[in-house]
Design a protein around this ligand. Structure first.
Ligand SMILES: CC(C)(COP(=O)(O)OP(=O)(O)OC[C@H]1O[C@@H](n2cnc3c(N)ncnc32)[C@H](O)[C@@H]1OP(=O)(O)O)[C@@H](O)C(=O)NCCC(=O)NCCS
Length: 396
């Protein structure tokens, strides 16, 4: 049995709290929360190597499918053949968009950014989910599964609309990655394209307390619902310093292709202190292991097509950014080339990140809900000192 604290204890705690509220200037402060441990998680770790629930991501990318990984992240364990088949059939049943959501997607003008459309679409899905405000693990798992099934439909329908084509019906029997490519392009993919897409989805699925996941956890910590958390996460992912980097990488590669001299381009960009999209990482200072895995697939796809130009441009930029700035590439560097080699346009690159990362976000929403405390940090005030209010009439 614990001892009762003495009255002095309360005095000390009370005084410390008082001091904390008035003396924030002396509290340690880490811009961008760099290095700050903001919570605990059992979903993934990036110490030493990236692991999802204890499994090395290189091993998962080498031998598992995205759906096995999705099941692992959401349920905590790798599925058996039977539980995987159940998961697949639940996903197939959920793979339908409510008519008003389809209409909404058609109504949004084609020039609107595809991440904005996806954010709106996911928010709208909440209104048609009978369990939207239902609390508890089972309800949240159902919502997560429905999102995993419906987000690819929104992404594909909107993408085809932007390309001027009608949507194609989902064919879940093809498997998750092949069906995704089918719905985007209207063509059944080769085995290599299917596997490359699957691996990219595995690599994008989860990454502990990145900005969008943290946004989802903050929303969840207030007691809000899964859809609100995922909508906020999509908003955070859209930014070019996070998920939005992959589509900008292709803009860079095309710019360099047009200019025709990768070395001159990159040296000039660095001299002008331009931020090179797809390089650098808040946590991986010596290299992003996911980028190494995906680069192998970029090679295979380029060799298959017989067109190595983008790979050669990428190699030159990579070599110079590494030597001049010490910055290795992150996952968005090869993923842009990979999706481009599959014939996809850049406006779908960041939405494809969402197709996968929704699994990681949902796993974090579940984890936060199960062991919740409101996330509410403090700030260090750097505005004007206390000043006297002057009424409007005396301000001229
Ligand atoms: C990911 C990223 C935001 C991490 O940044 P961070 O840890 O906050 O590091 P900072 O933004 O503070 O950058 C530190 C230094 O490296 C430089 N730097 C970082 N990434 C750079 C990049 N991609 N190109 C050029 N310089 C870069 C910064 O200019 C800064 O230099 P300085 O100290 O001379 O001003 C950053 O590397 C970046 O903007 N990368 C490009 C976008 C991207 O690929 N995002 C996807 C991430 S997975």
């Amino acid at each position: 049995m614990g001892r009762n604290p003495r009255p002095q204890h309360f005095l000390v705690v009370g005084l410390r709290r008082l001091v904390e509220t008035i003396d924030m200037a002396n509290e340690p402060y880490f811009p961008g929360l760099e290095g700050v441990i903001a919570g605990e998680t059992a979903i993934s770790s990036i110490e030493g190597e990236l692991r999802y629930r204890g499994y090395s991501v290189s091993e998962l990318a080498g031998s598992a499918t995205f759906l096995e990984v999705a099941s692992l992240l959401l349920h905590g364990e790798l599925p058996t053949s039977e539980t995987l088949a159940d998961f697949q059939s639940v996903l197939s049943e959920a793979a339908e968009l409510p008519d008003p959501v389809r209409t909404l997607l058609e109504e949004i003008p084609v020039h609107v950014d595809s991440m904005d459309v996806l954010r709106t679409g996911v928010s709208a899905l909440a209104q048609f989910d009978p369990q939207c405000d239902e609390e508890g693990r089972d309800a949240d798992l159902n919502k997560a599964t429905r999102l995993l099934a419906q987000i690819p439909l929104i992404v594909a329908a909107r993408y085809r609309m932007m390309q001027g084509y009608p949507p194609v019906e989902s064919k879940p029997e093809l498997g998750f990655a092949a069906n995704l490519l089918w719905m985007l392009t209207g063509k059944e993919p080769s085995l290599l394209h299917e596997r490359a897409m699957d691996v990219s989805l595995i690599l994008y699925a989860e990454h502990e307390f990145n900005a969008s996941t943290f946004a989802a956890r903050v929303v969840t910590s207030t007691g809000s619902d899964m859809y609100s958390a995922i909508t906020a996460a999509i908003g955070a992912l859209k930014g070019p310093l996070h998920g939005g980097a992959n589509e900008r990488v292709l803009e860079v590669l095309k710019e360099v292709q047009e200019m025709g001299d990768a070395e001159a381009w990159v040296r000039e960009a660095l001299a002008k202190k331009r931020r090179i999209m797809g390089f650098g990482h808040r946590v991986y200072k010596n290299g992003d292991p996911r980028a190494v895995i995906l680069r192998g697939y970029c090679r295979e796809l380029a060799e298959e097509s017989g067109d190595m130009e983008m790979e050669e441009i990428a190699d030159t930029i990579e070599r110079i950014v590494r030597t001049e700035k010490g910055l290795p590439p992150n996952l968005d560097w090869p993923s842009a080339r990979l999706y481009h080699a599959m014939g996809l346009e850049p406006e779908v690159f960041t939405p494809l990140f969402v197709v996968s990362r929704v699994v990681g976000w949902a796993a974090h929403v579940l984890e936060q809900s199960e062991s919740n405390r409101l996330i509410r940090p403090r700030s260090r005030y750097n505005g004007p000192a206390k000043r006297k209010f002057v009424p409007l009439a005396q301000r001229d």
